[in-house]
Design a protein around this ligand. Structure first.
Ligand SMILES: [Zn+2]
Length: 247
């Protein structure tokens, strides 16, 4: 499925696909990506850039919410082939370099494969390069000073839990939450604001603490790593996710 691109503000554009989302933030001197899909999402990422009138060399930087393959896959290619700078939270840099891996094990996922939606999802992500082991050796820690000079002047909102250095971003009044707060997922049994199933989370208790922290933000639009964009006070989405994830 090609990405569906939504203009959220003049500068923030949300690219949604059935498997994962990313965000484009435009400025006078180029564009940044927040997350970049699977390795196999490359044609879709390039299509989303093209739709806004940008090419590969216009990408000033890629910010990662976290270094899972579905969010940083195409950033591997950008960094390797075009030297595009890639940033994430300081606590996620080692993960992005693949000095270690904090991802649900294929065995844990396989245990669910008897459920049709899990099986369909597993096959779909394999096709997108989910088993790629490459990291991005050039990854750097995102800083306030750097954010200030990037398109949209994104501000980091650390949300550890899903991974140790997971980070959300506030840009143009919009919350880009990555996997700290999602609104749907191919393996989720119901739509709406929620946390990912705990087998995907490095530290479930930290996920819940980060979720509460997001509830204190003043944002009115939520761009999740998975699922449709969500309009309304983010604290309402947090409330729904808190109650949806009591299991
Ligand atoms: Zn994800």
């Amino acid at each position: 499925m090609a990405p569906v691109l939504t203009a959220v503000t003049d500068h923030v554009h949300f690219a949604q696909t059935d498997l994962v989302n990313w965000t484009l933030v435009t400025g006078d001197d180029g564009v940044i990506l927040i997350d970049a899909g699977f390795p196999g999402s490359r044609p879709d990422v390039l299509a989303s850039l093209g739709e806004l009138g940008f090419g590969v060399t216009d990408v000033r930087a890629i910010l990662l919410t976290h270094a899972h393959i579905d969010h940083f896959g195409t950033a591997i290619w950008f960094a390797e082939t075009h030297g595009t700078p890639v940033y994430c939270h300081a606590d996620e840099v080692g993960h992005a370099k693949r000095e270690y891996l904090e991802q649900a094990s294929p065995l844990a996922v396989a245990a669910h494969a008897w459920q049709p939606r899990w099986l369909r999802w597993s096959v779909a992500i394999m096709r997108k390069g989910a088993l790629t082991h490459a990291g991005i050796p050039s990854t750097l820690a995102f800083t306030e000073d750097l954010g200030a000079v990037l398109p949209g002047a994104p501000v980091a909102v650390p949300t550890p839990g899903h991974t140790g250095g997971h980070c959300s971003y506030l840009v143009d009044g919009v919350l880009v939450a990555g996997d700290a707060l999602i609104t749907g997922h191919p393996v989720a049994s119901r739509p709406g604001p929620q946390l990912l199933p705990s087998m995907f989370n490095h530290d479930d208790a930290a996920c819940r603490r980060s979720l509460s922290a997001l509830g204190m933000l003043d944002a009115e639009v939520l761009l999740p790593g998975h699922g449709p964009l969500w309009r309304g006070p983010v604290r309402d989405a947090v409330d729904q996710a808190t109650h949806a994830s009591v299991s």
